[in-house]
Design a protein around this ligand. Structure first.
Ligand code: C2E
Ligand code: CA
Ligand code: CA
Length: 751
């Protein structure tokens, strides 16, 4: 690249030098011809005059001629012996030497005697002419061709004709005109004291040898003249020994070598200017290339990072995924030898929301839950396990502290999430496994935290710490399935009752029938655990009928006991498959007739999720039940789906506030507001409100103040077998010692 550039510059310089050289040759020939003609004409005129003598007319002629050509130093007419016969006025004839004898002129003078045309002498210093001149001599011949005189004149250097000044060629080109005898005729770069040395002697042998050597490289020599019109180019020293680019031309007309030269410094300067440009461009180009390259690499890295990100993150919530957890777990656990906790978080009733409102709503909720998780626990320790399950890794902190953190999160989670016109208050259950106590491997910790989470759900506790007893309690779904298969036939199900209390009078006004399952090897399995499985196995219809039948039989023994028997009601939970069943209503009616049970004392508890698929059919069935005198209670109210239209379209006779809200009524103003809202809603629709899960006096007091109509909860009574309930109704408030954790006095019950 740079080499090419150098060649370019060289070529450019050579061209410039060539054309300058041509210019020199052209004007050289022109000027010299002009003087030759001048001298020829002058000679003829002088011959015409009175011969070759010093005469006034002759003198006048040459003086006038000199006036017209001021660049000339003067005219002289010499006889063939070199004596001056006639000179212009300006020359002191006595001081002009004999041309044939003076060493500076003799050579060319004698040449002129033999020549046919003008002879140009060496450049020399002639003080009488006022400086350095180029002498020109022209032989005058008579009729027979004999030389009768020589006209001589001198061209002053630096005057007149443009050829002999340094302006003749464009700077910084220099030129020299060299005679064949190797004397310099003119050098454009020579002035002052240097002139003597320059013109007085021929080019030194040393310089000639250098040139010879340099020319030899091109297959030339100092003796081989360049052909007329062609040029020789080379790097060579100039007169002062400074190197430069030199162009040599030759004209045979007067036997001149013409040299044009450019100093090497100039050539280098031009090259460096070009090179700088090129380098600059190169630099810019390289810079651009670098930037493009870097951008490409970055893009690639970004792509790789994006891929890695996609592989390790959940698309929906942008949270690290399960795989990410597996990848990061070893480092996490290694760096926390003192221990840590793994939280297994599962949303409650998420499937219901998803089924009822569609996946877009479900997705929006999951995203928001992800955001809240990260906000609460931090960016780097929250993972999405899948579905509505999330994992959090947490530092080793005291159990109570961890619980506080989790409770705060659950509270934060309940702040309603807006989806279109609906609001969802999300609840979750958290299972906690602690390393290294509950295990050190990820799988182990996950499994145990999962178990603890199920226990939290079962107990509606929100949070549960893993305990070894969970291991042998239930086991997996398949074991439950196997056990469930023959449970009905084996009579493993029983029904317990949880009293419901009137908020004003404190009387028992009813009881909720709750199914219990005891398996020989699995033990007591909570309904929350087995009902979804039984539902999937298609067993719930049968189980539901069994519970209903049992409850009807049992209530027959209860109603007579109750003082206000007219008001005593038995509440039955109805699962989705039960309500979906065509024969459900008929079966209920038939059972009531069978057991002579007044339908008005039956309460059917339904949850919002039962209206997911087919509100119209479900409503139609409820309407029929209502028509038979049964009451309809909307269970778990406040969770998930809270549509006003549902409330007005269903034939409801009770709203059951979900226990989760009741639990937080004292601590969470949000929940308190929600309960107030539900109670107000019930009032405005003329539907009584029951609060379930009331666990203490303060909660009861607050709920009563808020206007709640009925209570159910451990504070009043735990689910109990029929015999306990019978005794309780018959004997009034707590004739027998209340179950552990329950208050002992009726007075204090209502705060
Ligand atoms: P549910 O209908 O909301 O029933 C109330 C649950 O809250 C019962 O749990 C009861 O033991 C519990 N509970 C009552 N008072 C308190 C309290 O003060 N604090 C706390 N933490 N919990 C309290 P259980 O018996 O485990 O039943 C769980 C769920 O299983 C029920 O929730 C109901 O949805 C379902 N279920 C129970 N029996 C039946 C049934 O016979 N048929 C159907 N379809 N579902 C049933
Ligand atoms: Ca219920
Ligand atoms: Ca409930």
């Amino acid at each position: 690249m740079l080499f090419l550039q150098w060649r370019n510059i060289e070529e450019e310089v050579s061209l410039e030098l060539s054309s300058a050289n041509d210019q020199i040759i052209n004007s050289l020939q022109m000027v010299m011809r002009k003087y030759e003609t001048l001298l020829e004409v002058l000679g003829e005129r002088l011959l015409e005059l009175e011969g070759l003598r010093d005469s006034p007319r002759a003198r006048e002629l040459i003086d006038r001629l000199l006036q017209r050509n001021p660049e000339l130093a003067g005219f002289g007419l010499a006889d063939p012996e070199g004596n001056l016969i006639l000179t212009t006025q300006n020359l002191d004839r006595s001081r002009v030497p004999n041309l044939a004898l003076d060493p500076r002129t003799s050579d060319t003078f004698s040449k002129a005697l033999d020549a046919e045309r003008m002879v140009i002498g060496r450049t020399y210093h002639l003080p009488t002419a006022g400086g350095w001149i180029i002498p020109m001599r022209y032989p005058l011949r008579d009729g027979e061709g004999r030389v009768v005189a020589v006209i001589t004149t001198g061209l002053r250097l630096g005057a007149g004709e443009s050829l002999w000044s340094k302006e003749s060629v464009p700077a910084p080109i220099r030129f020299a005109v060299i005679r064949e005898d190797m004397y310099r005729q003119y050098g454009s770069y020579i002035s002052g004291p240097e002139m003597e040395a320059y013109y007085a002697s021929p080019i030194s042998q040393r310089v000639l040898e250098i040139y010879d050597r340099l020319l030899a490289r091109q297959g030339l020599s100092i003796t081989s003249r360049p052909e007329e019109g062609s040029k020789v180019h080379l790097y060579a020293p100039d007169f002062r020994g400074n190197w430069g680019r030199v162009c040599i031309g030759y004209t045979s007309l007067y036997g001149y070598y013409t040299l044009t030269a450019m100093p090497l410094t100039e050539v280098l300067l031009r090259f460096s200017r070009q090179a700088l440009w090129t380098l600059g461009l190169l630099l810019i180009f390289n810079g651009l290339l670098y930037l493009i390259f870097r951008a490409a690499i970055r893009q690639q890295r970004r792509n790789e990072a994006e891929l890695a990100y996609l592989a390790s993150h959940d698309q929906l919530t942008r949270l690290p995924n399960r795989r990410n957890l597996s990848d990061r777990f070893p480092e996490w656990s290694m760096s926390r030898r003192q221990g840590f906790s793994l939280l297994f978080i599962d949303l409650d009733n998420f499937k219901g929301i998803n089924d009822l409102h569609g996946h877009s709503v479900g997705d929006a909720i999951l995203r928001e839950v992800g955001v809240r998780l990260q906000h609460h626990f931090g960016d780097h320790c929250v993972f999405r396990q899948g579905g509505d399950e999330f994992i959090v890794l947490w530092e080793a902190v005291p159990k109570e502290q961890l619980e506080t953190i989790c409770r705060r999160f659950l509270a934060a989670l309940r702040t309603p999430i807006a989806c279109g016109e609906m609001q969802f208050s999300i609840r979750a259950s958290i299972g906690i496994a602690r390393a290294p106590r509950d295990g050190t491997r990820l799988e182990e910790l996950l499994r145990r935290a999962d178990m603890a989470m199920y226990e939290a759900k079962r107990l509606h506790a929100g949070i549960f710490h893993y305990q070894p007893r969970l291991e042998d309690q239930t086991g997996g779904d398949t074991r439950i399935e196997q056990a469930l298969a023959g449970a009905l036939e084996r009579g493993e199900f029983s029904v317990v009752y949880q009293p419901q209390i009137d908020a004003r009078s404190g009387e028992i006004v009813g009881a909720e029938a709750l199914v219990r399952w005891h398996h020989d090897t699995l033990g007591d399995i909570p309904p929350d655990r087995f009902i979804p499985i039984a539902e999937n196995m298609g067993l719930m219809r049968e189980i539901g009928l069994m519970v209903t039948e049992k409850a009807l039989v049992d209530s027959a023994s209860l109603i007579p006991l109750a003082e206000a028997s007219r008001n005593f009601r038995i509440a039955l939970n109805v699962s989705a498959s039960q309500l979906r069943d065509e024969g459900f209503v008929d079966a209920m009616i038939a059972l009531c007739r069978n057991y002579h049970h007044p339908t008005r004392t039956l309460v059917i508890e339904v949850t919002e999720s039962l209206f997911i698929h087919d509100l119209e059919h479900a409503r139609e069935r409820l309407d029929r039940l209502r028509g038979e005198g049964m009451e309809i209670s909307l269970d778990d109210f406040g969770t998930g789906y809270s549509s006003l239209s549902l409330l007005t379209r269903l034939p409801l006779s009770e709203l059951k506030i979900d226990r989760e809200f009741v639990q937080n009524i004292l601590t969470d103003s949000q929940d308190y507001k929600l309960i107030m809202g539900i109670i107000d809603l019930g009032r405005s629709l003329d539907i009584p409100v029951l609060a379930e899960g009331v666990e203490n006096r303060q909660q009861a007091a607050r709920l009563r103040d808020a206007g709640c109509d009925r209570f159910q909860g451990f504070h009043f009574a735990r689910p109990m077998p029929l015999s306990h309930l019978q005794r309780m109704i018959r004997d009034g408030w707590f004739p027998s010692p209340p179950p552990a954790g329950s208050p002992g006095e009726a007075d204090s019950l209502l705060g």
